[in-house]
Design a protein around this ligand. Structure first.
Ligand code: SAM
Length: 257
């Protein structure tokens, strides 16, 4: 698999343009249909993947959670659906229309005192150092122009011992499943996406960006390179999605390593 933004995918395809203006504009354009499309195209599995990510990091009661690339805030809202919910969830995204939909959902669920959504860039997070107990990113890191910089930023804002969960699409490895899935992902999904979102580009970008993005081993290496320990990768839904889990070492652990 190829590298991040601006680099060719290694299979002759032109490099994907992931400049912030283009990515934010694309998500803003599909914001009003984004949630419905997510649920339709994943056959409802997206909710289960988000629940799994939150359960895996199990933010302690009263925690401060940051959801990077929060979009319409589904992961931020999922973080609040725990018996002992976090004290605050801050959702950061640079697409204003996605955040606006997210704000309406947060309000409708009576979570506006707990969840705050702000505009910002994953590569320059609007948070003080060591201020967060846990960080999540759902299907966002693939779109970030410099994923290694975003990982360093997350390490900066996490408290020592804090946990990170990243959900991101992958491509299944088992040959038959891979063939069927890639047919759906490259041929069927862009058509349904274009029809329902009325946006020609966004759902062609999805399979192209997944194909060009770092594979699970490479993204795990980026996490380790960014200062994370206890990096684990879980394959969900036969490799359609990966859940990356990592922990920022404490000062003491860092001294021992
Ligand atoms: C596929 S959506 C995911 C939204 C949500 N996390 C979810 O689980 O449905 C990706 C989101 O990442 C945001 N995004 C991409 N790159 C970003 C960056 N560098 N900084 C902030 N937001 C970014 C986009 O605006 C978009 O809302």
């Amino acid at each position: 698999m190829g590298g991040p933004a601006g680099r060719p995918s290694g299979d002759g395809a032109p490099p994907l343009d992931k400049t912030p203006g283009r990515i934010a504009g694309m998500f803003d354009a599909i914001a009003h249909r984004y949630d419905r499309l997510n649920h339709v195209l994943s056959a409802g599995l997206d909710r289960r993947w988000r629940r799994r990510a939150i359960a895996a990091i199990a933010p302690p009661a009263g925690a401060r959670v940051l959801d990077v690339c929060t979009g319409t805030a589904d992961l931020a809202i999922a973080a609040c659906r725990r018996d002992a919910p976090p004290r605050t969830v801050l959702g950061v995204d640079f697409a204003g229309a996605m955040l606006e939909i997210g704000r309406r959902k947060v309000q409708a669920r009576g979570l506006d005192r707990r969840v705050r959504l702000v505009r910002g860039d994953a590569c320059r997070l609007p948070c003080p150092p060591a201020s967060m107990d846990a960080v999540t990113i759902g299907f966002g890191i693939r779109n970030v122009v410099d994923p290694a910089q975003a990982v360093r930023e997350i390490a900066r804002v996490l408290k020592p011992g804090g946990r990170l969960a990243i959900l991101e699409f992958g491509e299944p490895r088992l040959p038959l499943i891979r063939a069927v899935y890639l047919w759906y992902f490259r041929r069927v999904l862009p058509r349904i996406g274009r029809w329902l979102s009325r946006h020609a580009e966004a759902y062609a970008y999805l399979p192209a960006s997944v194909h060009a993005f770092l594979g699970p081993d490479a993204l795990a290496a980026v996490l380790r390179g960014g200062g994370f320990g206890e990096v684990r990768v879980e394959r969900l839904a036969l490799g359609i999605v990966y859940l990356y889990l990592a922990r920022k070492p404490t000062e003491r652990e860092r001294a021992v390593y």
